[in-house]
Ligand binder design. Structure first.
Ligand code: ATP
Length: 299
């Protein structure tokens, strides 16, 4: 039998449908193939092939499209350590040296485990949300503190050091790829670039199915609600905004059963409450897509 000392192990009962990610099958497979597949193989075999694991990924695209969700779920699926998620602005610190220290600390748990367990160490994923925040000022003269500069440099130094450790994967996320420092995007650093865009109609239907799964199972969705119709009415909505629509529709359904006088009270038995088509129509008026419309106006 093969000694599976790989630092990622595919959970045996894994099913893509269980991940709760809608409309990102292509992106998901691409990330998996380019950044994770080799990690499931025994390290000595990977060595023989002369392959180096990808050290980093850049996920870019509009907010709320499932970038964080995907990164988390891939980690779970591969039995990685719960990812460390930090936001770019959070790393920046007004005290000299503190920002670099913040970056350095992120790598500590993985480094420690690698010293102790070598290739048998679990995979550690470090996620930088809003990565652009630390890059923006790099090299720009208006940046009086130079903090962004030193943070990027520290991150580069850390990423180059990952050569000796194969249990770390860095995932950078941004809504604005053009602001990311070129040095960070080179091979050996955040080398896999994946665009995560707004979902198409089919993707939106999948996302609606995911976010209404519970209310459908519990029979709280009225028969006049047609998810295909909602998928066609939510052009330009992100996954997060679609989740927001479902939440808003539920709030309208609750509210229909409440009378607000001197106190708020239920007007009737609510055990057979349903979320109706009209609740969704109200929700669509309330929750508007932020990104899609703005970008269309630009075009
Ligand atoms: P940001 O760029 O703002 O960090 P993001 O792309 O990382 O956004 P997430 O944080 O992954 O977006 O999404 C927020 C929430 O929206 C998710 O937890 C999930 O509930 C919902 N969501 C977003 N995209 C999807 C999707 N493709 N399928 C299912 N749910 C989604």
């Amino acid at each position: 039998s093969v000694s599976l000392k790989a630092n990622a192990i595919l959970q045996p009962d894994f099913r893509f449908e269980d991940l709760g990610i809608g409309g990102l099958d292509k992106e998901f497979s691409s990330i998996f193939r380019r950044a994770f597949a080799s990690r499931i193989f025994p390290p000595d075999l990977v060595d023989k092939l002369g392959i180096q694991h990808a050290k980093g990924i850049l996920l870019y695209g509009p907010p709320g499209t499932g970038k964080t969700l995907m990164a988390r779920q891939i980690g779970k699926m591969l039995n990685a350590v719960e990812p460390l998620i930090v936001s770019g602005p959070e790393i920046l610190n007004k005290f000299v040296g503190q920002s670099e220290e913040n970056v350095r600390k992120l790598f500590e748990p993985a480094e420690k485990e690698y010293r102790e367990r070598g290739d048998a160490s679990q995979l550690h994923i470090i996620i930088f949300d809003e990565l652009d925040a630390i890059c923006k000022q790099r090299g720009s003269r208006s940046d009086s503190t130079g903090v962004g500069d030193t943070v990027v440099n520290q991150l580069l130094a850390k990423m180059d050091g990952v050569d000796q450790l194969n249990n770390i994967l860095i995932i950078g996320m941004t809504n604005r790829k053009e602001l990311i420092d070129d040095a960070l995007l080179r091979p050996g650093r955040l080398e896999v670039h994946i665009e995560v865009g707004l979902p198409d109609e089919d993707g939106r239907l999948q996302i609606l199915n995911i976010h209404t799964a519970k209310i459908r199972t519990n029979n709280i969705l009225d028969t006049d609600v047609n998810l295909e119709e909602l998928a066609s009415l939510t052009k330009n909505y992100s996954g997060a905004e679609i989740a927001g629509v479902v939440k808003s529709a539920s709030s309208y359904a609750f509210y229909r059963h409440i009378k607000v006088g001197s106190v708020a009270e239920l007007t009737q038995d609510v055990s057979d409450m349903k979320i109706q088509r009209q609740d969704f129509m109200n929700a669509l008026d309330e929750v508007k897509p932020a990104f899609g419309i703005a970008s269309e106006e630009f075009e």
